[in-house]
Design a protein around this ligand. Structure first.
Ligand code: SF4
Ligand code: SF4
Length: 253
């Protein structure tokens, strides 16, 4: 593995994520759909241009979108639905296989015949990568761990095998996992709205990144309300003096 590959933070309470010693089967199997927020952060934090990490994937059957990511249409192919996602690249060690362009591959050896790979942009990875393999249950209050099959690709190459062990509840921190899911769902819903706007009058693909920049840079704007009692009618009154030691002890008891 590249020596600059970042260490994987411990995700949950169990101490070691299944990703620790994995070859990154998910980062080779799936096309990763992006939200506009993912694109903004990748451009901002990694100083990359859109064209260095994003592409459009034809998705006539909806197998990439999975009723989750939006379809965009473009002037040059007006009948084709596309999903905007991460670019893939050829694997360095596994000929004729592909991987996410950000996956940093470790060289195979006797102990790890598929190598150990790491996400090269872990702190900035897209929301779809952050939430895998979880989703909301039907109430939206509880996180479900999705059972990951041994393999999804028809390609027999073992580099496309998925998680080496089932995920456990203890692999996740409940607060962080909920934050990731909430943000991912919110941003994907917003991106759906952006797609409806774009698809009303599809433009050429080459202006798409500029269109996104305009939309996202207008997400924060000045309100027309002054900060006053109408908005904040109750001012919290703090006690004049801190409670005495006896009072504090009584409260704890
Ligand atoms: S961005 Fe990172 S986690 Fe996501 S697919 Fe690429 S390498 Fe894997
Ligand atoms: S295939 Fe499973 S264990 Fe391997 S990196 Fe992806 S999520 Fe982690």
């Amino acid at each position: 593995m590249d020596s600059t590959a970042p260490e994987l933070p411990i995700l949950g309470q169990s101490g070691e994520s299944p990703c620790e010693s994995c070859h990154g089967g998910c980062c080779r199997t799936f096309v990763i759909p992006l939200t506009g927020a993912d694109i903004w952060k990748l451009e901002r934090d990694l100083k990359l241009s859109f064209w260095e990490f994003a592409c459009r994937w034809e998705d006539p059957e909806g197998t990439i979108a999975q009723k989750y990511a939006p379809h965009f249409y473009f002037q040059d192919e007006p009948e084709t639905p596309f999903v905007v996602g991460l670019i893939q690249a050829q694997s360095t060690f596994m000929p004729r296989t592909t991987k996410c362009r950000f996956l940093m591959e470790g060289a195979p050896d006797q102990e790890q015949p598929l190598g150990v790979s790491r996400c090269g942009i872990y702190p900035t990875r897209p929301s779809a990568c952050r939430v895998f393999p979880t989703r909301f249950d039907t109430t939206g209050d509880v996180i479900e761990i999705v059972q990951v099959p041994h393999k999804l690709m028809e390609d027999e190459n073992p580099i496309y095998n998925l998680c080496p062990r089932p995920w456990e509840v203890s692999d996740f921190d409940p607060v962080t996992a909920m934050e990731h899911l909430t943000t991912a769902a919110y941003e994907m819903r917003f991106f759906q709205k952006i797609s409806q706007l774009w698809n009303r009058k599809p433009g050429p693909w080459n202006i798409f990144p500029d269109f996104l920049k305009i939309v996202y840079s207008e997400r924060v704007m000045h309100g027309d309300k002054v900060l006053d009692e109408e908005l904040f009618p109750k001012i919290i009154k703090f006690p004049q003096a801190p409670p005495s030691k006896e009072e504090s002890e009584k409260r704890v008891a």
